[in-house]
Design a protein around this ligand. Structure first.
Ligand SMILES: NC(=O)c1ccc[n+]([C@@H]2O[C@H](COP(=O)([O-])OP(=O)(O)OC[C@H]3O[C@@H](n4cnc5c(N)ncnc54)[C@H](O)[C@@H]3O)[C@@H](O)[C@H]2O)c1
Length: 418
């Protein structure tokens, strides 16, 4: 019989990953304490409010808090299990910045008692779970940690990466298969007992480094495939061949699935995580590095194309449709659309640029200082533009009537109007 966890869980980092996990566990009748360094986040949670928007999260938070199962604090509490879900950005040299993970580990260390488990959920380079063990072992020499298969340890350590899709987090957290990697098999089994509380997908037990690497590989896989389609797009453009037609035809092969090209790759996972593989094995990661470079170059290419088109007009107006990093969400983190607009505005200070996005009500910081750039309704922007650039395929843009684009230069970077 598989063990089911009993005890109290502390989750460190109440963001897009930590908070939905807290709700999923608390809803199964387990006491969960959410820990965050941001007092505003803790205050919102203490009122039973979700500090950010994600479908079905608000009702989950208010229910769990009202039932007395979920509470929040800025101080690390005692618990039976500690789950770390803090940010892992990259440094200027693209190596992983583990300062938040290290800070969380050092805050957890004084609270640990024999039998406790520490689970890393943040996306990290291979070997990070082992580094957490070492940091904690240095701070707590009184507690035995599982070194090299040792089975009589006081503490347990595991990595359980997250693969949810923003916008569907509350559903996918429950339904996705779950990779659970322990420093020892006992660690993996103990961590699995927590995920069995709420996960309906299969729980796949493995070692910690394999789990860490599997998560990075998932995002590098997406990045490499997107880079392939972006490169096909570049080549087709130079040969005056319609890339959308090429992909439509190629994808009729039963074993081919070329993704759609676009203006670049955004969000805070796919543009970041492949670099963790590159920095772990720089000499061996030629394809993964090149894919990153191809995708990072895309906004420059798209902006260059727009500038070339604009040069054909005397005093042109350009409508740029879409600012978010993908369609039908309000998330602008690492958005290539914003980079495209900023590059166009820098290259042509006399160009009039009208920007429109149904999910963005004020211009993002990077675009705020250009005098030639204004936020407009899609209707107005298209109406007044000589050149219309589609950067994000929001539903609201897909339904723009072709007749309204008549007589204008149209640059559809997403193939939505094809
Ligand atoms: N968001 C996603 O879709 C997603 C998907 C898979 C994996 N991940 C990974 O999960 C991790 C967390 O991402 P996120 O999107 O939840 O981040 P987030 O920025 O939404 O939330 C992180 C939270 O951690 C808090 N924090 C930082 N340092 C802390 C500390 N020492 N103690 C307590 N709280 C602290 C911050 O205040 C913030 O509220 C990252 O490694 C990310 O790569 C995210």
């Amino acid at each position: 019989m598989s063990e089911i966890f009993k005890g109290r869980v502390a989750i460190v980092g109440m963001g897009y990953i930590g908070l939905p996990t807290a709700v999923a566990i608390a809803t199964r009748g387990i006491d969960v304490i959410g820990v965050d360094i941001n007092p505003a986040t803790v205050a919102a949670l203490s009122r039973g409010e979700a500090p950010f928007v994600e479908p079905d999260l608000a009702v989950g938070v208010s229910g769990a808090v009202a039932m007395g199962r979920l509470s929040a604090t800025t101080e690390m509490p005692e618990a039976d299990a500690f789950i770390i879900a803090v940010p892992t950005p990259f440094n200027s040299d693209k190596s992983a910045d583990l300062s938040c993970v290290e800070a969380a580990a050092s805050q957890i260390a004084p609270m640990l008692r024999p039998g406790n488990i520490v689970i890393l959920e943040s996306t990290c380079p291979p070997g990070t779970t082992e580094r957490i063990r070492k940091w904690i072992a240095d701070l707590r020499p009184d507690l035995k940690t599982p070194v090299d298969g040792e089975n009589r340890a006081d503490l347990f350590f595991a990595h359980c990466p997250e693969r949810v899709l923003p916008g569907r987090i509350m559903i996918e957290m429950i339904t996705n298969d779950r990779v659970v990697g322990g420093l020892t098999p006992q660690c993996a089994e103990k961590a699995a007992s927590i995920y069995r509380l709420f996960a309906q997908g299969e729980i796949l037990l493995t070692d910690a480094a394999s789990a860490e690497m599997a998560k990075l590989v998932e995002n590098a896989y997406r990045d490499v495939n997107i880079a392939f389609s972006n490169e096909i797009s570049l080549i087709s453009e130079s040969l005056h061949i319609d890339v959308w037609e090429v992909i439509r035809l190629a994808n009729r092969h039963p074993r081919v699935n070329v993704l759609n090209p676009g203006p670049g790759v955004g969000g805070h996972c796919i543009p970041v995580d492949p670099w963790f593989i590159v920095s772990a094995a720089p000499e061996l990661s030629r394809l993964i590095r090149t894919a990153r470079e191809v995708n990072d170059h895309r906004p420059h290419h798209v902006a260059g194309q727009v500038v070339e088109k604009a040069k054909r007009f005397k005093s042109p107006t350009v409508a740029c449709l879409g600012l978010t990093f993908k369609a039908n969400v309000d998330d602008i983190r690492e958005s290539p659309a914003i980079e495209v607009v900023s590059l166009i505005a820098q290259s042509m200070p006399d160009l009039s640029i009208l920007v429109s996005d149904p999910y963005v009500s004020t211009l993002p910081k990077l675009l705020g200082n250009f005098a030639n750039l204004h936020l407009e309704s899609a209707h107005q922007a298209v109406e007044r533009a000589d050149i219309v650039v589609l950067l994000v395929e929001h539903e609201a843009f897909k339904t723009i009537k072709h007749t309204r684009l008549g007589g204008k230069v149209v640059y559809d970077t997403r193939g939505a109007w094809h």
